[in-house]
Design a protein around this ligand. Structure first.
Ligand SMILES: [Zn+2]
Length: 120
């Protein structure tokens, strides 16, 4: 004899009325649909979909872009402070630091481009 799923299912309508699920119990007294594992998996999937949708929304993309611009601005400030020390290192003509001169040139080019960007 098969037993029925023990879940109480809410009926449609204005007043709260419930009936026992009509499906056969398959695991732990529940049918597949009402087993706590299934309920939890569904909720997790729904939550993941919500998070993905939220993170891909235009507002979130704009927030991220703003964060990145702020980071770029902070980084540019750090570089401006650090630059004299870097130039000093290159001027000492240590052959091991030849690459640093190239990095400074590249950073300066990026910084000039960044400084010419219109900002709010
Ligand atoms: Zn059920």
């Amino acid at each position: 004899m098969s037993t029925k799923c023990k879940e109480q299912v809410r009926e449609a309508g204005m007043w709260p009325r419930y009936h026992q699920c009509k499906r056969n119990a398959i695991k732990d007294g529940y049918c597949n649909q009402h087993h706590p594992d299934t309920i939890r998996e569904k909720a997790e999937k729904k939550q993941a979909e919500y998070i993905q949708k939220r993170d891909n929304s235009p507002v979130r993309k704009l927030w991220r872009a703003c964060d990145q611009l702020e980071q770029a601005d902070l980084f540019a400030d750090d570089y401006r402070k650090l630059r004299p020390r870097l130039v000093e290192l290159v001027d000492n003509e240590d052959p091991w630091l030849g690459w640093l001169g190239l990095v400074i040139k590249q950073m300066d080019a990026h910084l000039n481009a960044w400084d010419s960007c219109p900002k709010v």
